[in-house]
Design a protein around this ligand. Structure first.
Ligand code: PMP
Length: 363
């Protein structure tokens, strides 16, 4: 039995043990090919099967409408920050950004280099401790698209209900909560996510695209690799895709199916997060959550202690006890536990017990 850490890393983060073990079993001889997936030609039938199966599994699990395209790109979610305006922010139009954290800021920064933008709503004033209410969202005329970040990895907030933007295409960065619950994909014109939290290893970026978006895409002066239509026309095989990462993604998707799909995964995520939020809420202020309760993330749980010294002590003792990745991001400080799909219930239970014990000794 492998010695596994209590891994609360924000990303790259825990992968299911069963997936790692399957990859290990298949590593040097993938399905009788006499080679690893890494050594297969990306034009071979064996690889094509891996590639198309991963697309089919994602469509099945997320209930993605048949006509939508699923792409496997590279360059991380950060490259999508630029590709989205390059393709969809045309002259005479403006892109609207809903600002809920550092990743929304980075997305907006790229769009500003391409064209006109505006802020639909922002919660920066309170250090991004909440998601704006739907009636705070104000859209301007001639909006090319509206962009939101569904889960704010750094601040620990998550949308619980998505806005209805009518005819305006809605685009979401779902890097840190894709595949953690079921929702209506058809509300979105484009969804993107770096794989390294809930989907698999880093190196693959998933894009889910409504086909009519291609009709409104800019084609002039957009380099080939940065055009969505290039990847749609070639089934993400215009150039060499990150084949091993896509294979791993496929294994993760099979694992999610075995868990019972997104409804079951969502229930497990709620139970896991509740273990830790309950300790925070019942600590009488010893632990203070950063996010407002109605905006809490099921994926990234951010909290502080009374002083930086106490936080240092907490983190040092947690490390001693085998917990990895609990340091908060420098822009929030404090602590963060990332409880993605593959983080086992037992890890969350162990952390909640550790937190209770730490408070008993230091409270
Ligand atoms: N968006 C969100 C919400 C993220 O959490 C991250 C990475 N932590 C990114 C974008 C950037 O992703 P990448 O490193 O894949 O470019």
């Amino acid at each position: 039995q492998a010695q596994r850490a209590y891994n609360f890393n924000a990303g790259p983060s825990a992968l299911p043990l069963a997936v790692l073990e399957k990859a290990q079993r298949e590593l040097v001889d993938f399905q009788g090919t006499g080679m690893s997936v890494m050594e297969l030609s990306h034009r071979s039938a064996a690889y094509e099967q891996v590639h198309n199966q991963a697309i089919a599994s994602l469509k099945e699990l997320m209930n993605i409408p048949e006509e939508y395209h699923v792409l496997f790109l590279q360059g991380g979610a950060s490259t999508q920050f630029a590709m989205i305006p390059l393709n969809f922010l045309s002259q005479g139009k403006k892109a609207g950004y809903i600002m809920t954290g550092s990743w929304s800021e980075k997305a907006l920064k790229e769009a500003k280099m391409v064209g006109d933008t505006y802020t639909v709503a922002s919660t920066k004033e309170t250090n991004y401790n909440r998601i704006p209410a739907l009636d705070e969202l104000v859209y301007e005329e001639n909006t090319a698209y509206v962009h939101l970040t569904s889960n704010n990895t750094i601040f620990g907030t998550e949308w619980s209900e998505f806005p209805d933007t009518g005819d305006i295409p809605l685009i979401a960065d779902m890097s840190s909560d894709i595949l953690s619950y079921g929702f209506d994909v058809s509300k979105f014109a484009l969804i993107y996510a770096g794989a390294q939290k809930n989907l698999g290893p880093s190196g693959v970026t998933v894009v889910i695209l409504r086909p009519d978006m291609l009709e409104r895409a800019n084609t002039n002066n957009v380099p080939t690799m940065l055009r969505y239509d290039t990847h749609v026309k070639n089934n993400s095989l215009y150039n060499t895709p990150p084949t091993f990462g896509i294979y791993m993604l496929g294994l993760v998707l099979e694992w999610v199916k075995e868990q019972g799909g997104l409804a079951a995964i969502e229930n497990m995520n709620k139970e896991k997060a509740a273990l830790i939020y309950d300790v925070i809420d019942q600590s009488g202020g010893f632990y203070k959550g950063h996010a407002q309760k109605d905006s809490r993330s099921l994926m990234n749980i951010t909290f502080r202690l009374a002083s930086e010294d106490l936080e240092k002590q907490f983190l040092a003792e947690a490390k001693q006890a085998g917990f990895v990745g609990l340091n908060g991001h420098r822009s929030v400080g404090g602590c963060r536990a990332s409880t993605y799909n593959a983080v086992p219930y037992e890890s969350c239970k162990a952390l909640s017990e550790f937190m209770i014990e730490f408070q008993r000794k230091n409270g």
